[in-house]
Every structure is written in structure tokens, then in C-alpha cells.
Design a protein. Structure first.
Length: 162
């Protein structure tokens, strides 16, 4: 009578091990993959952050040096400064600032920063064509030369993929 009960206990123990192993494997695969919507939030959040961050408060040695030596207006937002560099022909400074900003994004998300369709920065952990999700976030900026004169509009675009 007791010999038969050992088989049921061993059978239940093996079944429990199989079930727990299957659950662990399933959850580890789902948790290891980044969220497909993270690329969208990365682009939108990056543009929103750049719109609200002033050059004087952006914590990078290059931007601090530009503010201290008067190259840029510290009260201008980072996004406006990238656009202003681009529109006034200071392409090297525009690309440098876009690279500084682009390097703050997660490394598994591809990012491309453009101003009026001109590529300023790109980081490709994988080619865009192979990505599962590709998203674009845009802002139109109107910058003033003086109170009565304005530059042409600048379309800032951030493309993200993963």
C-alpha cells in the first residue's frame, strides 16, 4: 500500500519541476525584450526634453563652454539652438550638439536627428529596414532674428527604431 504512494509523490514532484521551468523560461523571454513602444517614447520624450531644457542648464562641458564664452544664448532651448546653428550655416556646431543629445538615448534604440531633412546625427544598432518598429517625432520651430524679423521655419525630426 505504501509502495504505490511513492510513485504519485515522485510524479507530482517531476510535474511541478516541469511547470516551474516552463514558467521561468516564458517570463525570461518576455522580460528580456525591450518594449516595442520604447522607440516612440524615446523620440517624443527627447524632443520634449530638448524643448524645455535651456542651454545654460544642459549638463555637458561643450554646452557650458559655449554659454560661458557667449557663443550661444543660455536662455535658448537646446532644440532651438540646434535649429539656429543649422539655419545660420554653422553645420559643424549643429551636428556636434545633435550628437551630444543623441548619445543620451538608450543604446538598443536606433536614432536619427534631422533638421529640414538634413541628417545631423545617426546611431544605428541595427539597420532601419530590419527594425520591427520605426517612428518619427517632429517639431516645427520659428526662430526670430529680432523682434520684427524671423528666420524661415525649421522642421526638427527625430526618427527612432528598434
Amino acid at each position: 500500500m505504501r509502495k504505490g504512494s511513492y510513485f504519485y509523490v515522485i510524479d507530482a514532484f517531476i510535474a511541478a519541476i516541469i511547470i516551474v521551468s516552463a514558467v521561468i523560461i516564458l517570463f525570461s523571454r518576455f522580460l528580456a525584450q525591450p518594449s516595442p513602444t520604447q522607440a516612440y517614447y524615446t523620440g517624443e520624450e527627447l524632443l520634449a526634453t530638448l524643448e524645455s531644457t535651456k542651454m545654460q542648464t544642459y549638463a555637458h562641458p561643450t554646452t557650458r563652454a559655449w554659454v560661458n564664452n557667449g557663443t550661444v544664448d543660455g536662455q535658448r532651448s537646446v532644440l532651438e539652438q540646434i535649429a539656429l546653428f543649422n539655419i545660420t550655416g554653422k553645420l559643424n556646431e549643429s551636428k556636434l550638439l545633435a550628437e551630444i543629445v543623441g548619445n543620451t538615448t538608450p543604446r538598443h534604440v536606433g536614432i536619427e536627428i534631422l533638421a529640414n531633412g538634413q541628417q545631423l546625427h545617426i546611431y544605428e544598432p541595427m539597420p532601419q529596414q530590419e527594425a520591427d518598429s520605426r517612428l518619427v517625432a517632429q517639431r516645427i520651430l520659428l526662430l526670430r532674428k529680432s523682434p520684427t524679423d524671423a528666420y524661415p521655419p525649421v522642421i526638427m525630426e527625430v526618427r527612432t527604431w528598434q
